[in-house]
Design a protein around this ligand. Structure first.
Ligand code: MG
Length: 375
């Protein structure tokens, strides 16, 4: 039987958040749930350590999984020790809840390695040169080829790990250990076995670590051209991406009719999990009559920013039988790159016809598709 202990009792002070980082959103769901869902597919029993003040929220969060909570201690070691007392499996895996990129493969490798070698620690060789420094001065260089960065999950036979922890606590300086391997090495003389870790299995520690979360967004908009005898306003251009493009046909709109920017705004808003532009700028609202869509775009960017997200790149496809857009593509991309604060290379704009098919092909309107990536 395989037991897993997921550590979520830290105070996460280095993440500089107002709440426990385990409960903080990472890629759309609380950080803790990423590893929990992986372990729930492999482990027979899961114990999540938590601080008493977070217990109610964590209990609710883990309720869909076969997992229970256990109070953590004042240190990582104490938390593991508390949970270790309660597990029933003959093999136990200890995992930092702050490593959301753990995979089922890594967990299964860990179990296999534990069965074979009585211990398992995922490790990756260091690529940087490491040094030992005291008071800002390097005093020695470890041999790089012998250095590994250790990750979790670490696997052991439960009886071995319990024995090691009991000895460490009996001696009274258990807090100084930062992983299970060091305790087993010291108190059992057990040389922990390293198996290949995963470079993606990083620990989310600092505020900027949360920024790796990416979100994709997609938006579509269509505007119809004025037909004959439909009281077309006097104008000889349409707006796409804030650029005036000469056109004999004019798009119907409550705002300035920038169908491209409308699609882009919906992509941005939905990527951030927000409502669509119709919600923020209703076309029944007189304030938005003839509105400059580029101004609305800057409002949308502020809404996205409030969610701590920023566009990384945008990809836009315009379907229009008329006007002929290719001479204006560069100007549109340039205008969007300025508005979004993105390098020109992060803005892609394509334009094509619809081969005379459908409303676009009949020249009755323009449809734009927009995709964005937020970080
Ligand atoms: Mg529109």
């Amino acid at each position: 039987m395989i037991s897993a202990i997921i550590l979520a009792a830290g105070n996460g002070t280095r993440a500089n958040l107002s709440e426990n980082k385990m409960l903080h959103d990472y890629n759309g769901i609380p950080l803790l749930l990423h590893s929990l869902s992986v372990f729930s597919a492999v482990a027979d029993e899961i114990v999540v350590t938590c601080r008493p003040q977070d217990e109610a929220r964590i209990k609710k969060l883990i309720s869909p999984y076969h997992a229970r909570t256990c109070h953590g201690g004042n240190s990582r070691t104490e938390s593991v020790f508390n949970a270790l007392e309660t597990v029933l499996g003959d093999i136990v895996l200890i995992h930092d809840g702050a490593r959301p990129h753990v995979t089922e493969k890594l967990v299964r490798d860990c179990i296999r390695c534990t069965e074979q070698y009585k211990s398992a620690i995922p490790g990756v060789p260091t690529v940087d040169t490491a040094a030992i420094a005291v008071d800002g001065e390097i005093i020695s260089y470890p041999v790089r080829s012998e250095l590994y960065l250790l990750q979790t999950p670490q696997g052991y036979f439960t009886r071995d790990l319990r024995a090691a922890y009991e000895l460490a606590f009996a001696e009274g300086n258990a807090e100084k250990f930062t992983d299970e391997g060091s305790i087993c090495l010291k108190y059992l003389g057990l040389r922990p076995h390293i198996f290949p870790g995963d470079r993606a299995n990083v620990k989310i520690t600092y505020p900027e670590d949360f920024n790796v979360a990416t979100r994709v967004g997609f938006g579509v908009d269509t505007h119809a051209f004025y037909g004959e005898n439909e009281g077309m306003p006097l104008a000889n251009f349409i707006k796409l991406g804030g650029v005036n493009i000469p056109s004999s046909k004019i798009l119907k709109a409550h705002s300035d009719g920038d169908v491209l920017v409308h699609a882009l705004m919906d992509a941005l808003l939905t990527a951030a999990g927000l409502r669509d532009i119709g919600y923020y700028f209703p076309d029944t609202d007189e304030r938005y009559r003839g509105a400059d869509s580029m101004e609305l775009l800057s409002k949308v960017l502020r809404l996205v920013e409030e969610k701590h997200l920023q566009p990384q790149n945008v990809s836009i496809s315009v379907l229009a039988e008329t006007p002929h857009l290719s001479p204006y593509i560069e100007a549109i991309a340039q205008s969007l790159s300025e508005a979004l604060g993105l390098p020109r290379s992060a803005v892609g704009v394509a334009a094509g016809t619809n081969e005379k098919l459908g409303y676009v092909g009949e020249g009755k309107g323009i449809t734009v598709y927009a995709t964005v990536l937020l970080k």
